[in-house]
Structures are given as structure tokens and as C-alpha cells.
Design a protein around this ligand. Structure first.
Ligand code: S3P
Length: 172
């Protein structure tokens, strides 16, 4: 079977817990292109976890690194890229993503997001007295901005990663 060579990146955006990394890596596998996770790249470059970077250097420092890493990934060979939930919130990052790829918003409801993130304590932004309320506020602030992505994919709570990837490929 002949495949069309992918010319642009596919960039997964959306809230923490939406499945950007899980669905993105499955998508890359099916499309036979490289997969890169910007959070993982930031962690390995800094030899620290995201939580440690936030604690030691602060969010502004993290956002700087995020832009640097995204820029490097997006200027490299086309593949599927998963971004951190806040990446799309910066106008400069949106321009960068639009210049190099197709943006895909994994839209997911609050209950599903909360169910997925509450088990893991790796998200520094949720280290608050009311993490679910924080998540709800972030979703409310961000959803209208995420909606500017090229593609909106409705992530279903009951979809397996495989089923989600199949539906997404159909939609692209
Ligand atoms: C963040 C999401 C995280 C990570 C950081 C900040 C955010 O990535 O980049 O904790 O601002 O929503 P995931 O969306 O992969 O959890």
C-alpha cells in the first residue's frame, strides 16, 4: 500500500487528561511517523520532572522552555506531536503550530478529565486546595481558545485508545 508522505505535523492540543499522549502516540504508530511529546522532551533536556521544574524555576521558566522545545520539534521532520495543556494558550506557540502543522483539539468533558488526572499527582497546576475546581476553571478559560484549532475531536470517555485513533484518522 502506498502512503502519501506527511508534509506537516499533526499537533495534539487540549487539557491535561484529554489523551493527547495516548492517542497521539497511537496515531503516529498507525501513520508510520515519529511521535514526540513536548513535556517529555522538556523533562529529558532539563533532567528534571515537570513538577520539579515548576517548583524550582517557576511556571514562566517552564513556559519558556516549552516554546523552545516546541519550536525545535516543529522545525524537524513531520510527525505527531503532543503538547502540554498550556502550550496552545500562548499566541506565539499558536503561530508556531499553525505554521508547521495541523492542530487537533481533543475535546473532553470535565468529569472524564478529572477521573483521569486525579489518580496521578504529577500536574503542578493541580496542587491546590480544590484541584477539581482548578481543573474546571482551566477548562472554562481554555476551551474557547482550544476551539481555534484546525480540527476538533470529541474524545469519548468510553473509547479505547485504539477506537479513538481510528475515529480521529477518519476525521483527518
Ligand atoms: C499543563 C499541562 C501539563 C504540563 C504542565 C502544565 C497545563 O501537560 O505541561 O503541567 O498548563 O495544562 P499535560 O497536558 O500533558 O498534562
Amino acid at each position: 500500500k502506498r502512503r502519501r508522505k506527511m508534509k506537516r505535523h499533526i499537533v495534539m492540543i487540549g487539557m491535561m487528561g484529554a489523551g493527547k499522549t495516548a492517542i497521539g502516540s497511537e496515531l503516529a504508530r498507525r501513520l508510520h511517523v515519529p511521535f514526540t511529546d513536548s513535556d517529555a522532551e522538556i523533562e529529558s533536556a532539563a533532567a528534571m520532572s515537570i513538577s520539579e521544574i515548576f517548583a524550582r524555576d517557576g511556571e514562566a521558566f517552564f513556559r519558556d522552555r516549552e516554546t523552545q522545545v516546541l519550536s525545535r520539534i516543529l522545525k524537524g521532520p513531520p510527525g505527531v506531536v503532543s503538547t502540554g495543556g498550556g502550550a496552545w494558550m500562548q499566541a506565539g506557540n499558536r503561530e508556531l503550530i499553525r505554521a508547521h502543522g495541523l492542530s487537533v483539539w481533543l475535546n473532553c468533558d470535565l468529569e472524564t478529565l478529572w477521573h483521569r488526572v486525579r489518580q496521578r499527582s504529577t500536574r503542578p497546576l493541580l496542587k491546590t486546595a480544590d484541584p477539581k475546581g482548578t481543573l474546571a476553571r482551566l477548562l472554562e478559560q481554555r476551551a474557547p481558545v482550544y476551539a481555534g484549532a484546525d480540527v476538533t475531536f470529541e474524545a469519548r470517555a468510553d473509547d479505547s485508545i485504539e477506537a479513538a485513533a481510528t475515529r480521529l484518522i477518519d476525521q483527518l
